[in-house]
Design a protein. Structure first.
Length: 479
């Protein structure tokens, strides 16, 4: 899922407290550059209709859990039609503007699709390596065993998708706790998987999005400061709670041998993605604007190792369906007028974590990336771990609830998993105290990212009163 950032002016507007909370936590604004993004459109209580439609889509996703793809595609169609009719796009008006917009976004979207599908197959390789079945042998026979299991989930999520880590953790918990897993411990499993993925660009969809968009892998590493503190704060009470509910049975797993070939394949796929990304950013950065190299690298590794161990191709239809859902939300976020949102700050990042517990963190991350100016490690933690506070706040939570239906109770999740919210707060302020707030931009913009001259001329007057970031030197100046 960056150099020193810029201070930008935050403009206040009179809006109702709830929409303002959503706007404040949703993120960002670089008024100078973003002023050219779109034309002025209708607003309600000072809130652009774009955001209201987006919020309704996210609410629909949260409420209609069994129809999320239909809701996301409907939202994309409605917002696309609205933009065509009223505001236009950063790249122009009408169908030409829409086409130019997606001509700009197609590399990011294709990369994301390739990685989502590829990581689904990678996760299955890891599961069938039988490593998850062997790990419980190393657990203690008391509450410390439950805590170590959460640590293992945390570590697995740092190089596997957090959804896979949560499902693997849920499977291991079902074995060692004889099928009786407390809802509070389920919340901790989700939180551990989201925490472990927050500091790794291959551990969470949001951090992978950041990586694709030009954020260095090292920029999200500081998230582990907050994530580590949060793991301890929520892991100990969760393990104690589970031990009282159903003691651990370490010897519940039989002896199994690890399939080291599949373990090797997992690391080959991850290495391919990392090497290609490094080479692309250091040797041919312009290639990243024209070719979905990351996705291609993962799939090349999958195909080349298929003769060694056959991937579970049957997973692709369901994985494709889930990927289209996420891509629809990312596409919607790419069309939002981010110049209307508050400036990036640690206060905004902190609030974004609570919004992430209700709204999907994928579009929130896309909005943040579109505006820039965040501490990306801090943002990775807030949007990643924050979604753990409610079961449907993250994809890992939704996936685990399919395995344990009793988790689908917001009241029970909040009541028994109270330590997750407490851990989020402690982890955030631990990172703020130890690391601080270091806002930064992504890699330098290319000519392909420039605002068309006609649009720039149309917004020249607005730019005269806004701080502007010049692509050439990434410094702020006043027109």
């Amino acid at each position: 899922m960056r150099p020193a950032g810029m201070h930008v002016v935050q403009r206040r507007s009179k809006v109702h407290w709830l929409p303002r909370l959503i706007l404040g936590a949703l993120v960002l604004a670089d008024p100078g550059v973003a002023a050219a993004a779109s034309g002025e459109g209708p607003a309600v209580f000072g809130i652009p209709v774009d955001f209201i439609l987006f919020a309704l889509t996210l609410i629909g996703v949260g409420v209609l859990h069994h129809h999320t793809l239909a809701v996301a595609l409907t939202g994309l169609a409605v917002i696309g039609a609205y933009k065509l009719a009223f505001t236009g796009f950063k790249t122009g008006a009408g169908l030409a503007g829409l086409g130019a917009h997606f001509a700009h976004e197609w590399v990011i979207l294709t990369n994301l699709l390739g990685l989502l599908l590829g990581f689904a197959l990678l996760s299955k390789h890891f599961e069938e390596s039988r490593v998850p079945a062997v790990l419980p042998r190393f657990l203690a026979n008391d509450w410390k065993g439950g805590f170590v299991l959460l640590v293992l989930i945390f570590v697995l999520s740092s190089f596997l998708d957090n959804i896979a880590a949560a499902l693997i953790g849920g499977t291991m918990a079902g074995v060692v706790f004889r099928g009786k897993v407390h809802i509070g411990y389920l919340a901790a499993i989700v939180a551990a998987s989201n925490a472990g993925g927050s500091g790794s660009v291959v551990g969470d969809t949001t951090t992978t999005m950041m990586w694709i968009d030009g954020v260095a892998a090292t920029a999200v590493l500081p998230a582990f400061i907050a994530a580590g503190a949060a793991l301890v704060v929520m892991g100990v009470p969760a393990a104690l709670l589970q031990q009282r509910f159903s003691p651990i049975a370490r010897d519940a797993t039989g002896g199994q041998d690890i399939d080291w070939a599949r373990v090797a394949i997992v690391f080959i796929i991850l290495a391919a993605a990392i090497v290609v990304n490094v080479l692309m950013n250091t040797q041919a950065p312009e290639l990243g604007d024209r070719l979905p190299a990351l996705g291609l690298a993962v799939w090349a590794a999958l195909v080349l190792t298929a003769a060694w161990r056959r991937p579970e191709w049957s997973l692709l239809p369901e994985a494709f369906k889930g990927s289209i859902f996420l891509l629809a939300l990312v596409s919607i976020a790419s069309m939002m007028p981010v110049e209307k949102l508050p400036a990036a700050s640690w206060h905004t990042a902190f609030g974004l974590g609570f919004v992430s517990a209700v709204f999907d963190n994928i579009p929130l991350t896309a909005l943040a990336l579109k505006q820039g100016g965040y501490d990306w490690g801090m943002l990775a933690y807030t949007v990643g771990f924050g979604g753990s506070m409610i079961w449907f706040g993250s994809s890992a939570g939704v996936a685990l609830s399919n395995m344990y239906p009793q988790a689908r109770s917001v009241g029970a999740w909040l009541r028994h998993g109270w330590f997750v919210a407490a851990a989020y707060i402690v982890g955030f302020f631990a990172m703020l105290a130890l690391w601080g707030w270091h806002p930064s931009e992504k890699r330098a913009k290319t000519a392909f990212d420039e605002v068309p001259a006609a649009v720039a001329a149309h917004t020249h007057q607005a730019r005269e009163h806004s701080p502007v970031v010049t692509p050439s030197n990434n410094t702020r100046e006043m027109s």
